[in-house]
Write a protein that binds this ligand. Sequence first.
Ligand SMILES: *Cc1c(COP(=O)(O)O)cnc(C)c1O
Length: 427
Amino acid sequence: MNVEKLITIKEAKEYDSKDEFQPYRNEFFLQPGKIYMDGNSLGLMSKQAEVKVDELMDSWKQLAIQGWTNGKYPWFYLPEKLSAMCAPLIGAESEEVSICGSTTSNIHQVVSTFYKPNGKKTKILADELTFPSDIYALQSQIKLQGYDPDEHLIQVKSRDGRMIEEDDIIAAMTDDIALIFLPTVLYRSGQLLDIERLTKEAHKRGIPIGFDACHSIGAVPHRFSEWEVDFAVWCNYKYLNGGPGSVAGLYVNKKHFGITPGLAGWYSSKKDKQFDMSHTLDVEESAGAFQVGTSHVLSLAPIIASLELFAEAEIERVRQKSLHITRFMLQLIEQELDGLGYSIGNPMEDERRGGHVCLEHDEAVRICKALVAENIIPDNRPPNIIRLAPIAFYTSYEEVFTTVQILKRIVIEKQYEQYGKERNVVS
Ligand SMILES: *Cc1c(COP(=O)(O)O)cnc(C)c1O
């Protein structure tokens, strides 16, 4: 990237004044005096989220058991209502989406459904940079099938410790692979994989393929249905602002409808048959079949608010803003932080990056502590990564400008030296 003329605070303010997302800042509880750069880990609470939680609490108070079928949001149908609202974010039909479980429990659900080792095909293909919980889930699913994960979990290697090359993934799609499970966006470097290409290549070889979209949902649009991705999972508490531990989501392509879920429960049933209380499961012919038990109704409440915001703002526009403001941050980093030991760890091309900036520094742990002391909230991933996510809905260009200035000062004035090198329990 060539910085031709110096970016100044004036330019940041100009972008803010022209920003059509500016009114949305008011819809969130920004923390007074703080710059929040961690929306990729836990999105901020929206004002409407609070309203929806109150409404659902009130429905419990007023309606008790009758809340399942009465009130503004009858609880029994709330997951399906949210699935329809979420579908545009991942490019799927409403029936292909289910809002249920947690990311990790949903990985167990889809992998136990789609990992069917048979003959020579016994292995799962993943990558070596993915999130640990995904790997633990894959290892335990392999063990449950009676195989040794050391031999049956293949993790594509990174050439540079940051990215995974699609060519390397495709080369690893050998005829002993029974299932492929990959992230859409890598949680550390923010690399966005070419989902369409990988899905095509997997299907050419007759291998089902699924994705973990935790780091892309709400930041990047998807076309899972059109690309015929077999399944996907995601959480709703990062870019979707659903609150700590909010209910997660999954997608299953409609060509798989009718399949019995690996982990069945009474919520896997056709809804009109569920209360027949039969011991023979009549499985729902939609992604709803992948629910297990009773919905976490109160934890669904903030997601109503979030998806209403996305419906209004539209994911394509969110992506445009996100690309613009992250590019602005990357340009500032190149302009201001040169020679201070920082390097950019995310891809620079728009079509290869997600919603966060991956800044690397040998002193990342201590720099993050110094940032927090300056009221800037980043997150830190070992060994040397400072993740910074300017969020389309609520981060201003001026805040991005200030953040980069403070990153500069922390190193120039060696402010970070006041802090210990040990990582915090939650970082
Ligand atoms: C955030 C995240 C998770 C978290 O899983 P939980 O079940 O919600 O704790 C898992 N995988 C990836 C890739 C993530 O980004």
